[in-house]
Design a protein around this ligand. Structure first.
Ligand SMILES: Nc1ncnc2c1ncn2[C@@H]1O[C@H](COP(=O)(O)OP(=O)(O)OP(=O)(O)O)[C@@H](O)[C@H]1O
Ligand SMILES: [Mg+2]
Length: 501
């Protein structure tokens, strides 16, 4: 049997009000990709922080290569051959890519390392991801997905025995994810051990040898990937089987709620026209860089546009800013939680309250009880897993942060809700809940637009699909055209000429 590289026994970790981990044991072998799965808040990231020294366990032991260790800090873990890519980006924004990549390498080495050498090392790894930026680029000038690659490379340059990835692909394109998988397979072939966290079942079954499932901080079990399937893992994760993943489709009215006429904004949004019916979920699909996000941002007043008319219920409306959009009941939720005014250092209650400042502040007093009511409604409707509404949003698990963000905007009773990748990083159970919630909103007469790069989600959830290619509408599909192949054909521009004519 292969050697055990890392072992955790009986790990317990308590945060005020939450038992994040209770008696969790785990083992990683040489040459193994071991997936760690569980719903949002199950304790995955907490476990990884403990085995990399960023958090100290209240109980339990950790062994590296068979020897008990006491990890005082992440530096300790690194020195002992454990490298991690965290769920949240942790780069220094103001220094270069290569300096970020080589931070944390043995300082003696760093001292002597010439710029030329640093560039060489960084470039060798960055090339595996076919990046088009230089190692000398300043990190803050990179996109989120480029930063994610730097984050990954930063772990890869360390000569470790154990590599840990906490949801590494949530911000990567399909192509970059495939490149990462190649790297993982190489590491595996070299006999390294890999712990891999993801909510995406296709990745898990493609990559992993074993799967360990946590639920509510407890270890449910470890299974061999080849001897199980998604249904069983889901049952382990949520404690029940989810019979249907997508809610029933709606019966949208014929009435046009939103009409967009010849929208133009930069090169990624050209001559865009489409409409949205009352009670409809309109999916928006396009390959990375197609302009799907740019189009929705131009529509919602986030980015300026050069031309185009917007009609709501047949009436032309003026939307130049986000405030204009909100005053007409049109809300756009970005794919970036932090940009969307999710205040990590504030409580859930205050996060919900800030979206209701107009209604909540009477003569400068925030109506505390009303704020509490709103927050508990959001927490109940979206099943936010938290101690209470006082908990800081920054201390919630990633998926629960996402729920708070969606919930706080829904609580404003929108007419049109535009969501950019609303279920990214969200576990299967919560994802199904969010799908149901969106369907319910649509059935209540709201127009819902959902951008997603997951085809199954687009097909499963949408009444119609707007496909974007090269900054413009390649087609609006419905009925029997709502299938993977047809949508991909349109997204790759196969039918673009016919449409443009
Ligand atoms: N610093 C903290 N203070 C208080 N509670 C915390 C803190 N960090 C995590 N928690 C709580 O511990 C539990 C486990 O969180 P953790 O981040 O490990 O979940 P996760 O499985 O990684 O979820 P996700 O899939 O959403 O990333 C959650 O209930 C979370 O709210
Ligand atoms: Mg996590």
């Amino acid at each position: 049997m292969a050697q055990v590289l890392l072992e955790a026994r009986g790990i317990r970790k308590v945060f005020p009000g939450t038992v994040a981990l209770d008696n969790v044991s785990f083992e990683l072998r040489q040459g193994e990709i071991h997936a760690l799965m569980g719903e949002n808040g199950a304790g995955k990231s907490t476990f990884l922080k403990i085995v990399t020294g960023a958090l100290h366990p209240d109980q339990g032991e950790i062994f590296l290569n068979g020897k008990p260790v006491r990890l005082q800090s992440p530096v300790d873990a690194r020195r002992m051959g454990v490298a991690i890519v965290h769920q949240e980006l942790s780069l220094f924004p103001d220094i270069s890519v290569m300096e970020n990549i080589l931070v944390g390498q043995a300082p003696s080495k760093m001292g002597f390392m010439r710029t030329r050498k640093m560039q060489e090392i960084s470039r060798a790894y960055l090339e595996r991801f076919h990046v088009n930026f230089s190692p000398t680029e300043i990190v803050k000038n990179l996109s989120v997905s480029q930063q994610q690659i730097v984050e990954i490379v930063k772990a890869l340059v360390t000569d470790a025995d154990v590599y840990i990835f906490d949801e590494p692909t949530s911000a990567l394109s399909v192509e970059d994810a495939a490149r990462l998988f190649d790297v993982l397979k190489d590491l595996k072939a070299q006999g390294k051990g890999i712990i891999y966290v993801s909510h995406k079942f296709d990745e898990i079954f493609r990559l992993s040898d074993r799967i360990t499932v946590l639920r509510d901080g407890s270890l449910i079990g470890t299974v061999e990937a080849a001897k199980t399937d998604a249904d069983e893992v889901i049952r382990m994760m949520v404690g029940r089987s989810l019979e249907r993943i997508y809610p029933e489709k709606g019966t949208p009215s014929r009435q046009t709620l939103l009409k967009v006429d010849n929208l133009n904004a930069g090169s990624k949004c050209r001559n865009v026209s489409f409409d949205l019916r009352r009670g409809e979920i309109l999916g928006v699909f396009g390959l990375v860089g197609s302009g799907r996000t740019e189009i929705m941002r131009a529509l919602s007043g986030v980015e300026p546009r050069t031309s185009g008319d917007i009609f709501l219920d047949g009436e032309k409306v003026r939307i130049q800013t986000v405030q204009d959009a909100m005053s007409h009941g049109l809300y756009y939720l970005t794919e970036d939680r932090k940009e969307q005014g999710l205040f990590l250092k504030m409580s859930i209650r205050d996060n919900v309250a800030v979206t209701h400042l107009d209604a909540l502040s009477k003569r400068g007093f925030l109506l505390r009880n009303r704020a509490r009511e709103l927050a508990s409604t959001v927490m109940r409707d979206l099943r936010v897993k938290a101690k209470d509404d006082d908990q800081l949003v920054g201390s919630l698990s990633g998926g629960n942060q996402q729920k708070v963000m969606i919930g706080k905007w829904i609580s404003r009773n929108p007419r049109v809700l535009i969501l950019d990748e609303p279920t990214r990083g969200i576990d299967v159970g919560a994802k199904a809940e969010i799908h149901q919630l969106l369907r319910k909103l649509a059935n209540d007469g709201i127009g819902v637009i959902v951008i997603s790069s997951e085809l199954p989600e687009i097909v499963g959830l949408s009444d119609r699909v707007l496909v974007v290619h090269n900054g413009t509408v390649a087609g609006v599909l419905d009925g029997s055209q709502l299938n993977d192949e047809t949508i991909m054909e349109y997204a790759s521009g196969l039918h673009s000429k016919a449409v443009a004519g």
